[in-house]
Design a protein around this ligand. Sequence first.
Ligand code: NAI
Ligand code: MG
Length: 361
Amino acid sequence: ANPSLLILAGDGIGPEVMEQVKRVIGWFGEKRDLAFDVSEDLVGGAAYDAHGTPLHDDTMARALEVDAVLLGAVGGPKYDDLDFSVKPERGLLRLRKEMDLFSNLRPAQCFDALADFSSLKKDVVAGLDIMIVRELTSGVYFGEPRGIFEEGNERVGINTQRYTEGEIDRVARSAFELARRRSGKVCSMEKANVMESGILWREVVQKVRDTDYPDIELSHMYADNGAMQLVRAPKQFDVILTDNLFGDILSDCAAMLTGSLGMLPSASLGKPTEKGPPRALYEPVHGSAPDIAGQGKANPIACILSFAMALRYSFDQGDEAARLEAAIETVLAEGARTADLMGAEGGTPISTAEMGDAILG
Ligand code: NAI
Ligand code: MG
């Protein structure tokens, strides 16, 4: 049977960028004899409009069956006043939770043609290709106790940074597996100097490396220094492994090394399944962009690169993923630019579909 893919285009520009991904998927079936069993369903506001819930149970069940899920974006002003329990992002959160996607991969890759877009000097970022692995399902965003409590005559806001050995172990493995497909180098970031969870993090990551990944070159860095190094000399890194909170911040920081939100893909991976590859959800980093939705202006590259990640990590088609990335590199080098990629030099932007044409051409 063909590998299976569930497409959840979602809201706003989600369906617009996904349209171009579907053309790319069709191209692989036709030209590369790489066909997928594609199904499509609703998520977010679109699912709420149809079913009164941001993710239907049937959709959830399907997501657990397929080899990979590809999601566009969810949300928009139309849904801002909905009750929290049915807000569009709850659909995405449910997917992440029930698929147990604990490892979030965010590449920061600088396409040479866009190096001028970086917040940094061109030579600092040209050729940059690093990957941040962020723990996604635990840590301070979930730890108990949490809340705002009365304490004496004032209130106190409490969150708890909490990591079990098992949670650290599994995300470390995911980073080491990834590093084996890359340069074999991992830098783990925490704050073991001031945090108990950081001490445990460092210890467990080192133990997993020493026990099962002796081929990996592992280093440790305090996360604050990591932030500094990311901006000073990002090319010293290959895979960066870090927790939920630091990963949130460091990955946004790394994102800006490379320019537009319209270029950034991501993957969220879970435990390896019986079939081999882990449960996986691929999505662009950007949201539904209501300010440009419906105007054909959205950059489809982030979503197309997310599919490239699916080719590499879920379907074991690294060469085909590289082929797709090279096609994107080429059209950018030739000057194809959606509106978000227009620099100070000006010019005429192309549409979402025209960018798709260029990449397929
Ligand atoms: P956003 O990422 O949707 O947009 C931020 C800015 O970047 C906007 O000016 C937008 O036009 C631009 N932009 C984003 N993607 C682009 C693309 N592919 N091509 C060209 N320009 C692009 O973030 P924002 O505005 O904070 O949120 C809008 C909605 O999206 C909200 O409802 C929010 O909750 C939701 N959202 C959903 C996410 C998801 O589905 N994973 C992630 C982030 C936000
Ligand atoms: Mg963030």
